[in-house]
Design a protein around this ligand. Structure first.
Ligand SMILES: [Zn+2]
Length: 241
């Protein structure tokens, strides 16, 4: 199993067992803590960046500090970055900070972990302009149409399938999981998103089972495919998962 999106830094200590996984930073304050997590557990791979909810904290010097972090052990991606129209942070600031981080990702050859809420209209043109296809990555917690998922595929971006797939009302996501190219599917819990949970591994397995059923895969096949996808997209060597 490879959980491609969670925030271990926000889990209670007893829950910090989900490995291997990709742990996403939210703000600069997370970076040192996440690097210690990787030192402690080398199977916890890291995405470092500034989430749109903290975009207003971005300073001229943040870019240089982030750039220095991207070379450190365990840092495999730039994230979690993106656009979110629900947030109070003005869109102009979010876009500026996102663009800086996209450029940094391309310059450093790191894939991106993207967060997008009601903003595909602004996000997709920017991803094209910045030629994010050169590094690829994932649109985590994806909820959108098959058409948008296809555009992401063309940008070398995978779809991160999370707990929404367990909600019978999320019909668009069912279509996406069935339509998307198999190399572009990833499984994520986004723990601890919205609720406390006693067993995140169980949640991950439930999402995997649902994806397997929708694709007509058996469980073993689904684990192999999604593990291989995570390893390829984030350049995590085989045997280190
Ligand atoms: Zn997240």
């Amino acid at each position: 199993m490879f959980d491609t999106h969670l925030h271990v830094q926000r889990l209670e200590k007893k829950d910090r067992y989900v490995t291997p996984c990709l742990v996403a930073a939210i703000s600069e304050a997370d970076w040192p803590q996440l690097r210690r997590l990787h030192d402690y557990n080398p199977q916890q791979w890291l995405a470092l960046g500034v989430h749109p909810q903290h975009a207003h904290q971005w300073q001229n010097t943040t870019e240089e500090r982030l750039c220095q972090q991207l070379d450190k052990p365990g840092v495999v991606a730039v994230g979690e970055i993106g656009l979110d129209k629900r947030l109070a942070v003005p869109m102009e600031i979010q876009e500026l900070v996102l663009r800086c981080q996209l450029r940094l990702a391309v310059a450093c050859g790191k894939p991106v972990v993207l967060h997008a809420v009601r903003s595909f209209d602004r996000l997709i043109p920017m991803l094209k302009q910045e030629r994010i296809d050169r590094v690829g990555g994932v649109l985590h917690g994806f909820y959108g149409s098959v058409e948008i998922a296809r555009q992401l595929e063309r940008l070398n971006l995978a779809v991160g399938v999370g707990r929404l797939i367990l909600d019978p009302a999320a019909k668009k996501l069912v279509d996406v999981v069935q339509a998307v190219f198999r190399d572009f599917l990833l499984i994520e819990t986004d723990a601890p998103w919205r609720q406390p949970c006693d067993d995140w591994r169980l949640v991950w397995n439930n999402i995997l089972d649902q994806v397997a059923q929708l694709r007509g895969w058996d469980r073993h096949q689904a684990i192999l495919i999604t593990d291989e996808n995570a390893r390829r997209i984030f350049h995590v060597p085989q045997g280190e998962m």
